[in-house]
Every structure is written in structure tokens, then in C-alpha cells.
Design a protein around this ligand. Sequence first.
Ligand code: NDP
Ligand code: GDR
Length: 361
Amino acid sequence: MNKIALITGITGQDGAYLAEFLLQKGYIVHGIKRRSSLFNTDRIDHLYQDPHVKNARFFLHFGDLTDATNLIRIIQQVQPDEIYNLAAMSHVAVSFDTPEYTANADGIGTLRLLEAIRILGLEKKTRFYQASTSELYGLVQETPQKETTPFYPRSPYAVAKLYAYWITVNYREAYGMYACNGILFNHESPIRGETFVTRKITRALARIKLGLQDCLYLGNLDALRDWGHAKDYVEMQWLMLQQEQAEDFVIATGVQYSVRQFVDIAAKELGITITWQGSGVEEKGYDAQGRCIVQVDARYFRPTEVETLLGDPSKAKEKLGWTPKITFHELVAEMVREDLKSAERDELVKKHGFAAYDYHE
Ligand code: NDP
Ligand code: GDR
């Protein structure tokens, strides 16, 4: 019998990689997607199967984490063995603009799913994965951060995720549910959202290389992150649900780079060497021809920043056999390569007289 998985946030970066991974493992995969006025399934279109086809194993349902009745109905229909709760308003900076919505979707949304499992009497059948985050550590109390490091969230996003973390632990303890948190550090890929800093950098530098854009505007260049590859991290999400007992795990690489270093390494992939001048909001990066191609814009500073994150994945290494396959440099190279391809497409479009839109956020 094929196992049945339900993925919330299936149209996002992790949702797409996880769906592909589970389909390869023989799962029947159901995903919840939001209604939007434009198509929002780009990342999973290659997985689409006509539901009329016999033995189809991939199904999408309209839904939203802010709608409890909808979630209960979908879970009742699907009767999943595993639920992966990846849906969230996941942008830290945007959470300062939409704090109430973020609390509703990211915090209470998790409660709605756990309650749905309970209301439907699926506590012993359905295993639950919660997409927790290194943002919980915020103003870090210990370096490197591990499962026992105290939390100090620094954004409405992180505070909402703190609620989700603890309600998952509480349902495990109160009702004996198999529910666990993956405390995942930043993970990226060529399908990372364009407004997260890594993708913003690789996309902009590729466009600058081809003359489609002049300058990349960034916020805090000194921020330090522990960046891994999303493809490696979704495998750990699955493994966490295959253990004898539900436990929470940190997933990280244990290596840290600054945003400035990310820019330098990505630029190097494109044959660009950057010379930095000035500091703080005055800092600028110049190419070999003396053109200013990177500039700090205070608009991208956050009201409260998470300056440094570095994970200690020892527990995952020991209990899950965690070995990330893709190195940081391979990740950057892959992202640059893919963004260069799409910039080349835009260049062609422009050459033939059509406008190639540009969006700098
Ligand atoms: P993305 O932003 O790429 O994807 C988020 C997904 O959630 C999208 O499918 C989005 O739909 C969906 N979504 C947003 N709001 C709602 C809602 N109200 N109801 C239903 N669906 C909704 O995030 P990632 O794939 O990068 O991350 C997956 C999860 O892991 C998130 O919960 C994130 O907070 C968490 N996380 C991510 C890390 C990372 O480095 N990537 C690290 C640690 C945790 P749509 O496509 O329509 O916008
Ligand atoms: P983060 O990722 O906030 O860590 O959350 P993001 O890539 O947005 O920022 C990383 C660091 O880079 C700094 N930064 C900028 N960030 C953005 N987005 N745009 C800029 O122009 C810019 N300039 C500098 C930020 O200030 C920050 O310090 C991600 C999300 O995926 C969360 O959902 C997830 O929980 C965490 O990772 C782990």
C-alpha cells in the first residue's frame, strides 16, 4: 500500500522538492494550494498528473491555513499518514508589515491542523511535521545553536513560529501524537523565492553581467547565516517522520558565511571581482571597470535584525545519519548558473524588442 502524504505549502520551494522526493519514494501526494489570480504552481508543474489518469499519485486541493473548516474537510478526505506543514508567510521582513496575518497563518494555522487531526480521531494514524526555524534563536543565547539552546525570537514571523513550535510539542505530550519540529537553518536553491537574499543576489548579479540591470541594492551585508541546499533538507523532513519516537531536530551545515561573502562568491562564479568601499549605509561594491554594482539601501534593514545564526547538527548526524550532499560553493554555483540561464532568456526577449520586466525587491 502506498503511504499518503499531505503537504501544506506545496507551491513553495520546500513543498516542490518534498513532493518530488515523496513521489519518487512511491507516496500518494496531496498538496494544498492557495487560490490566486495568476498561476502559482510553477515549481510543481513538472509533477502535475491528470487526475483522470489511472493510478495518478499527485493531487492538489484549494485551501488556506487561515480556514479551519477547509483544513478539516481536506484532511478528512485525504486521511493522510503524514502531514508536512510547510505553509507559511515565510518572509521575515514582510512579517513586520503583516504581523497579524503572519500570526494567523504561521501560528494559529499550525494549531488548526493539529486540532483537525484530533477532531477527526487521527491522532494515532497521522504523523505531523512542523517547519520550525533557526529564526527562533533570534538574538542568540549560545553559539552554535542546538536543540536545547533557548529561543529569543526577533520578528513577528519568529514569534508566530515560536507558538507553532510549542503547540506541536504540546500536542505530542498531551495527546501522544507523533508530532515533531524540524528546526531548519536557511536553505536555498535555484527555486528559492526571488526576494530572499541569496536568490536576490544570484539573480541580480546574472542580470548585471548581461547588462539587464545596473545595481544590486541590499540591506545588512554583515548578517551571518548557515546556508544549506533545500534538496538535502527536505530529505531530513521525511526522515524525522520515520523514527520510532517523535523528536525535534536542528538541521544545519555548521558553517557560516556573511551576506557580503555570498555576494563575493556568487560574483566570482560570473567572473566578476568586487572591491568594497565605505561602511554601513555608505558601503558600495565596484567591479573591475569601476562601476558601482552593489549598494547598501537602508530600506532593507529590519526593525530588529538577527545578526548571526550557526547551527550544530550533531543530533541529526547521530540519529538521522545527516550528511548534506551539496556544499555551500556548489549551491552558489548552481543558483548562479540557473539565474544566468534565465537572464539569457530575458536578454533574447529584449533583443527582439520586447520589454524584460525588472523587479528589485
Ligand atoms: P516559501 O515561501 O517558498 O513557501 C511557502 C508556501 O506556503 C507557499 O506554497 C505559499 O503559497 C504557502 N502559504 C503561504 N501562506 C499560506 C496560507 N495562509 N495558507 C496556505 N498556504 C500558504 O517557503 P519555503 O519553501 O522556503 O519554506 C517552507 C517552510 O519552512 C515555511 O514554513 C518556512 O517558514 C519554513 N522555513 C524555511 C526555511 C528556509 O530557509 N527556506 C528555514 C526554516 C524554516 P503561495 O505559493 O501561494 O505563496
Ligand atoms: P531570513 O532570510 O531572514 O534569514 O529568513 P533572508 O534571505 O530574507 O535574509 C537573510 C539575511 O540577509 C539580510 N539581508 C537581506 N535580506 C533580504 N531578504 N533582502 C535584502 O536585500 C537583504 N540584505 C541583507 C537580512 O537582513 C538577513 O539578515 C529565511 C526565511 O526562509 C525564513 O522563512 C526562515 O525561517 C529562515 O530563513 C531560517
